[in-house]
Structure formats: C-alpha cells, structure tokens
Design a protein around this ligand. Structure first.
Ligand code: A3P
Length: 292
C-alpha cells in the first residue's frame, strides 16, 4: 500500500464523494434488497462498527464459530465501497448466505437503493454529535489513505463545517435521515451518546425495534463482547486487517468517548462552530448532546 495515492473529493449529484464509493454506482443502485435485510446507516464515525458488531452478535453470536474468522467487513459488507484490491461491497453483500443479511452504508438517505424501501427493510441509523464526529473523522483521515488528505485540524474543521467531506455535509446527512424517519416506521434512529451513556437500555430498544428477545445471559454476553476495550483488541473487528489504514498514526478504535472534542477545538473554533451550527440546525427538531 506504500504507493497508494489519496483520492480527491468529487462533486457527485451535489454531494462530495470519492471515486471508491461511486465507481460501482449502477450495481449499488440496482442492489436487490431482501425483506429481512437490515441496513445499518450512518455518517462515518458515528458508531457504525459498534452497532454492526452488536447486531452481528445478536443474530449470529457463538452459533457459528466460522464467523469469528471473518472480519467485520465480510460479516457486514459496506455496500458502496469498491476498492480495486478487494471484492466490492455489493459482491460481498450478494455473497452473504445468512438471514438476515447485515449491510452497512454511509449514503445520504436520498442515495439509498430503492429496493431497501420497496422491501420495507429495517434500517438502523446511528448519529453522533457534530463535534466529536469531526475529531474522530479527522484522525480517521490521518490514518486512512483511502480518504482525501485531511490537512491540519483547522483546515479540516473548516472543510467539515462547509460540508466538503466524503459523504457530504454532516448536517444534510443527519437531518435527511431524521426527516425520512418521521414518515418511515422502519427506521430506528439512535445516538452514539445514548449508547455511551446506557448501552443496555439502547440494546433493549434496538431489540424491541427488531422484534427479537434475547435471554439475559445472551444480552450480557453481547454487551461484554462489544465493550470498547474488547473490540479494540479483537483483530477481526478493529480494522487492523484493512491495508489502507496505518495504525501507527491512529487506531480505528481510537478513544470511544463523548466530549473528546474539548481536547481539539480551541475556544475560538468552538464559538465559530456553535454560531454556524445554530444557523444550520435552526429548522431541525433533532437534538444532540456534546457531553453526557
Ligand atoms: P473515536 O475515533 O472517537 O474513538 P465508525 O465505526 O462509525 O467508524 O465509528 C468509529 C468511532 O466509534 C470511533 O470513535 C470508535 O472508537 C468508536 N467506537 C467503536 N466501538 C465503540 C465502543 N464499543 N464503545 C465506544 N466507542 C466505540
């Protein structure tokens, strides 16, 4: 991966994307969802892997030891991802033989293949507050050569504020999905901060949405296995097998905290961000917590 060149952002139908996530567009849009598919949708760094692994253990747990040898990418394919050096997300999803199939996407809601809506698939959306997400995404850009050059923190934050980020503006993403949820009962909208505060409660709500009733023992096992430190040390889950990521720069499972933004935002950056946030969110009923 030494020679891997970082991609540039492209304006794709009004959303900033990179080639990796649009070069298989026809196959993505024509993807045939099945009614029992579960789509895990997020803006990057909102807790996708956490919820993916919770669902993986919920449905497949220890029943299938072979699954333990598969990376999270293979268990929960990333639908729109298409690197030349591995199977595309669509291929990985189509190759799944499980029921349900767990599928991950970072697409803004209006880009989601229509078959997911036609088949009335259950969708779990996870959102995370804009400030912690910016910090997490910044470090992820630093260590992941599959993403555009982040520049320094202050220029990254400016681009993030302006919506010049892969998968577009955080504001458009969280609000777009939130609006869709108001008319679509198949969407369960979760928050990273709620998970961090009381994962057991969020787990119960998730199970109720999915109409599954695991035993107390199984719940305990899942919550234990999906703790930050456990996931960080699990090589099948912590993304250490992904060649474009340089763990010497930063870990995928980095800090796993609410409020880490305070160690990155200067007072001035925070004031400017808050002003901009107020304008962008003035018509939204969506409320985030930046500390717990
Ligand atoms: P940080 O970079 O703030 O540590 P995604 O999976 O959407 O890319 O999100 C990654 C973020 O979720 C990272 O945030 C990661 O540490 C955090 N995360 C993953 N699993 C977690 C867990 N079990 N508990 C808390 N945070 C977790």
């Amino acid at each position: 991966m030494e020679s891997f060149t970082r991609p540039e952002l492209i304006d794709f139908q009004g959303v900033s994307m990179t080639d990796t996530f649009i070069n298989d567009w026809e196959n993505i849009q024509n993807f045939k969802a099945r009614p029992d598919d579960i789509l895990i949708a997020t803006y990057p760094k909102a807790g996708t892997t956490w919820v993916s692994y919770i669902l993986d253990l919920l449905y497949f747990g220890k029943k299938n030891p072979e699954r333990e040898t598969l990376s999270i990418y293979e268990r929960v394919p990333f639908l729109e991802m298409n690197f030349s050096f591995m199977d595309s997300g669509v291929q990985l999803a189509e190759n799944l033989t499980t029921s349900p199939r767990l599928i991950k996407t970072h697409l803004p809601v209006h880009f989601v293949p229509k078959s997911f809506w036609e088949q009335k698939c259950k969708v779990v959306y996870v959102a995370r507050n804009a400030k912690d997400l910016a910090v997490s995404f910044y470090h992820f850009h630093r260590m992941n050569k599959g993403l555009p050059e982040p520049g320094d923190w202050s220029s990254f934050l400016q681009n993030y504020t302006d919506g010049k980020m892969l998968f577009g503006s955080w504001y458009d993403h969280v609000n777009g999905w939130w609006e869709k949820k108001q008319t679509c009962p198949n969407i369960h909208y979760m928050f990273y901060e709620d998970l961090a505060e009381d994962v057991g409660l969020e787990f119960d709500k998730l199970c109720s949405f999915l109409s599954v009733s695991p035993s107390i023992e199984k719940k305990k096992e899942i919550l234990e296995g999906t703790r930050f430190d456990k996931m960080k040390n699990n090589s099948m889950i912590n993304h250490s097998v992904v060649p474009v990521m340089d763990f010497k720069i930063s870990h995928f499972m980095r800090k796993g905290k609410v409020g880490d933004w305070k160690t990155h935002f200067t007072v001035a950056q925070n004031e400017v961000f808050d002003e901009h946030y107020k304008t962008k969110m003035k018509d939204s009923t969506l409320k985030f917590r930046t500390e717990i």
